[in-house]
Design a protein around this ligand. Structure first.
Ligand code: XIL
Length: 393
């Protein structure tokens, strides 16, 4: 069963049933191995954990047996559902590697530079801007008809010179530098970038905003100031606030809702919220996700799922692969249940180009395509979800 499931020479539709059976077997085997080695108290714990495993789908659509195993470009299915499907790309590869570029332009309707449009890349010294690489990336994408998300204007670190500057001695200088950055960058790409992550990851995991160089030298309203400057530089660009672990109903998600409504009350031009959605197996249920999307939609903002991935905790097993695909499916279903959710963007084209294995050594295989750019199980789950279309209440 296992070998047949992993045999890439057999088409995935022929293999799926074996994979599902292997996954069931594997869960059972792990369970009994555990039982053999543990005391009664642990058994009880395990029984309760086991009853809470992936075999309890939240909806009929979460049963892999029902997914049609055909291949269709994701962007075709996404267009039918009325949303954009995007990906974070390596800018230089996208410009120079025809196979990589063709893969992206055939599967996706939106693209974002994984790193090439960040502060350090565009503005490496106080008076130096470098637009050559990003320009080539943006122009290549637009020539292929892709929308470009701009990521990201103000992040906590900015650039080395921002973090290490002697700002205490120069009142107002950092604010000036920030406004100059936002105005110059947004102005440079005016009309070419559909949407900007104006501020990224400003909310603390514990309370209020993160303490960083911007809050220290400009104050908490650096966010409002950055949005106002961006709007002035390109009044047609959609301006997003982007953050992570705000997809469910945790306190940080509440703080996100508060931040957005406070900015709106102050008349700040903010049009969208990016939920990064770097998923974990423990991440919110479909209903919790929908509840958070609904809360944001009620504020009148557009929502993009901006950095979607899900690293499988090692060791990778077929059971976990199926669980991963179900999680992806759940995310698509949640987005399609809320009209304000208009884009799903994966953080990386494929497993060999993902940040996850480098930053989180114990996680692997996070994306819907493998290192050879071939579709994996999550791809079929996503495709099936997109083809099911919007299911509005
Ligand atoms: C990551 C990139 O993927 C890495 O290549 C880079 O070394 C660090 O940044 N949240 C974000 C993204 O908003 O910009 C981050 O991207 C991942 C976490």
């Amino acid at each position: 069963m296992w070998r047949r499931c992993d045999n890439n020479l057999i088409p995935i539709d022929k293999r799926l049933r074996w994979c599902i059976n292997a996954a069931h077997d594997e869960t059972a085997q792990m369970f009994f191995k555990y039982l053999l080695g543990r005391f009664v108290g642990t058994w009880i714990l395990l029984v309760s954990m086991w009853s809470f495993n992936w075999t309890t789908p939240e909806a009929p659509s979460e049963q892999p047996e029902t997914w049609p195993l055909r291949e269709l470009p994701l962007k075709v299915a996404a267009a039918r559902a009325g949303i954009d499907i995007g990906v974070a790309a390596r800018a230089s590869e996208f410009v120079n590697d025809a196979t990589y570029a063709t893969f992206i332009t055939s599967q996706f309707s939106m693209v974002v530079a994984e790193n090439a449009m960040k502060f350090q890349a565009l503005h490496p010294h106080p008076v130096t801007y470098r637009f050559d690489r990003a320009d080539a990336f943006v122009d290549r994408a637009r020539a292929a008809g892709l929308k470009v998300r701009g990521h990201t204007l103000i992040w906590y670190g900015g650039a080395k010179w921002v973090r290490e500057g002697e700002w205490d001695d120069q009142p107002g200088a950092l604010e000036q530098a920030m406004l100059d950055h936002v105005t110059t960058v947004v102005g440079h790409f005016r009309g070419r970038v559909c949407c900007w992550d104006v501020v990224n990851e400003a909310i603390s995991g514990y309370w209020g905003l993160r303490r960083n160089v911007w809050t220290k030298h400009i104050g908490q309203d650096f966010i409002a100031k950055a949005f106002r400057a961006a709007h002035e530089a390109d009044p047609d660009a959609k301006l997003f606030y982007n953050d992570f672990r705000v997809e469910g109903l945790r306190p940080k998600a509440d703080r996100l809702v508060n931040l957005i409504s406070t900015l709106q009350a102050e008349g700040v031009p903010i049009h969208g919220v990016g939920l990064q959605a770097h998923m974990h197996f423990s991440l919110p249920s479909r209903d919790e996700l929908i509840a958070q999307l609904d809360r944001l939609a009620a504020l009148g903002v557009e929502i993009h799922l901006t950095e979607v991935d899900l690293g499988i905790p090692k060791p990778v097993t077929n059971g976990k692969r199926i669980k991963q695909a179900i999680r992806y499916r759940r995310l698509v279903d949640a987005c399609l249940a809320v009209p304000a959710c208009t884009a799903i963007v994966f953080w990386g084209t494929d497993d060999s180009r993902s940040w996850i294995p480098y930053f989180y050594k114990n996680f692997a295989e996070p994306l819907p395509f493998d290192a050879d750019l071939r579709p994996k199980l999550p791809y079929y789950a996503i495709l099936d979800g997109l083809l099911a279309g919007r299911r509005l209440p």
